[in-house]
Design a protein around this ligand. Structure first.
Ligand code: AHM
Ligand code: MG
Length: 339
C-alpha cells in the first residue's frame, strides 16, 4: 500500500518552485482559499442537523442567527480572503456589486470572483454542491483599490481557477493553466491530499448532461444533436448515458473524470442561457481546457468572451473535445438556416 502525503500546500509550493519568477502570493492565496473550503465543508456536512439540534426559525440554540448555507459560504469566503494582502477586489454571485478590500487591510495584485455555493437548490436534499472560483491579475495600478475593470477581464486572462465539491467526500480541484489537480479532504487530518494528478478529460464523451425538461424550448440544432447522441447504438457505438444532477460543479466534475458533455443552452425563453460567465462558465472553461477539453458558448470559446457585466449570463457547451466539436456543427446548422 502506498501512502500519499502530497498535501495541497506542499503541491502548490512544489509547482511554484518550477517558476522562479513566482513571488509566492498566488500560493498563499490558494492556501487561504483552502482554509475557507474546509470551514464551508464542515458547515455543509452539518446541513441536515439543523432541525434535530434544535435550530429554530432564523435563530440557533445559542441565539445566533442561522444563515442560509449559500450566504454563510459567501460571508466565509470574504472573511477568509479580505485580509491576506493578496487581493485588491472580489466579486460574488451572491452580491450585486464588487466587494472592496477594507481600507485597514493591504491590497494585493490579484482579483477573485466566486460562486460561493453553486447548485443551492440541491442543499436540502443532501445532493452534491460546490464552490467555484476564478482568479485574475489586476489591471489597475498596484497599491490602489481594485475596480470593476479588474473584474471584467476575459477568461483567457485567468491565472488560476478551481472548485471545491462537497460530495461523498470534499474535493478541491484547481489549475493554474498547466495541468489540473484534484485533492480529497481527509476529514481525520483536516488536510487536502493529492488524489488526482494531472487530470485529462477523455476526448470522447459517453455522458450527456442537460436539463431535458426544457426540450420544447430548444432550438432545432440542439434537438437534432441530442437525437444524434441518443442514436449512438444504431451506429454501433457505445450508447451515451444521461446524467444531470442540477449542480454544475458535480455534473462537470463527473464528466471531467469519465468523459462527457455538459450543456446549459440558449433557448427560446432564455437566449443567454442561465449560467454566469464570471462565476461559473469562465472558471469551468479554464479547468476543462487545461484538462484537454473544450468550452464554447455555441460559437466561440467561452474564455474569449469580453465580459460587459459582472452578472452576465452565457450559454455553455463544455466537456470532451469531440463532443463539443460535434454539437458546434449542429448549432451551426441553425445559424445558417437563420433560426
Ligand atoms: P445556482 O447558482 O442558483 O445554484 O444555479 C446554478 C445551477 C447550476 O449548478 C446548475 O447546473 C443549474 O443551475 C441547473 O439549472 P436547472 O435547474 O435550470 O437545470
Ligand atoms: Mg451558481
Amino acid at each position: 500500500m502506498s501512502i500519499n502525503f502530497m498535501t495541497l500546500p506542499r503541491h502548490i509550493l512544489m509547482r511554484e518552485k518550477q517558476h522562479p519568477e513566482a513571488t509566492g502570493e498566488l500560493s498563499a492565496l490558494l492556501h487561504d482559499l483552502s482554509l475557507a473550503a474546509k470551514v464551508i465543508s464542515l458547515e455543509v456536512n452539518k446541513a441536515g442537523l439543523v432541525d434535530i439540534l434544535g435550530f429554530t426559525g432564523t435563530n440557533n440554540v445559542h441565539g445566533e442567527q442561522v444563515k442560509k448555507l449559500d450566504i454563510y459560504a459567501h460571508e466565509m469566503l470574504i472573511k477568509a480572503m479580505d485580509h491576506g494582502g493578496h487581493l485588491c477586489v472580489m466579486a460574488s454571485e451572491e452580491e450585486e456589486k464588487i466587494i472592496h478590500i477594507p481600507s485597514r487591510h493591504k491590497v494585493g495584485k490579484y482579483v477573485m470572483l466566486f460562486d460561493p455555493l453553486d447548485g443551492s437548490s440541491n442543499i436540502d436534499a443532501n445532493v452534491s454542491i460546490g464552490t467555484i472560483f476564478s482568479i485574475f491579475r489586476r489591471v489597475t495600478p498596484d497599491g490602489t483599490p481594485g475596480t470593476l475593470e479588474d473584474c471584467l477581464q476575459p477568461g483567457t486572462e485567468q491565472v488560476a481557477a478551481g472548485y471545491i465539491i462537497y460530495g461523498s467526500s470534499t474535493m478541491m480541484v484547481y489549475t493554474t493553466g498547466e495541468g489540473v489537480f484534484g485533492f480529497t479532504l481527509d476529514p481525520a487530518f483536516g488536510e487536502f491530499l493529492l488524489s488526482y494528478n494531472n487530470i485529462q478529460i477523455p476526448k470522447k464523451a459517453n455522458i450527456y448532461s442537460i436539463n431535458e425538461g426544457n426540450y420544447k424550448y430548444w432550438r432545432s440544432g440542439l434537438k437534432k444533436y441530442i437525437k444524434f447522441i441518443q442514436a449512438a447504438y444504431d451506429r454501433d457505438e457505445k450508447p451515451y448515458s444521461a446524467r444531470y444532477i442540477g449542480s454544475m460543479v458535480a455534473d462537470i466534475h463527473r464528466n471531467l473524470l469519465y468523459g462527457g458533455i455538459f450543456i446549459y443552452p440558449s433557448d427560446k425563453r432564455n437566449p443567454n442561457g442561465k449560467l454566469r460567465l464570471m462565476y461559473e462558465c469562465n472558471p469551468m472553461a479554464f479547468i476543462i481546457e487545461a484538462a484537454g477539453g473544450k468550452a464554447i458558448d455555441g460559437k466561440k470559446r467561452i474564455l474569449e468572451i469580453q465580459p460587459e457585466k459582472l452578472h452576465q449570463r452565457v450559454p455553455i457547451y463544455i466537456g470532451s473535445a469531440d463532443a463539443v466539436d460535434t454539437v458546434a456543427e449542429y448549432l451551426e446548422q441553425d445559424e445558417k438556416a437563420g433560426v
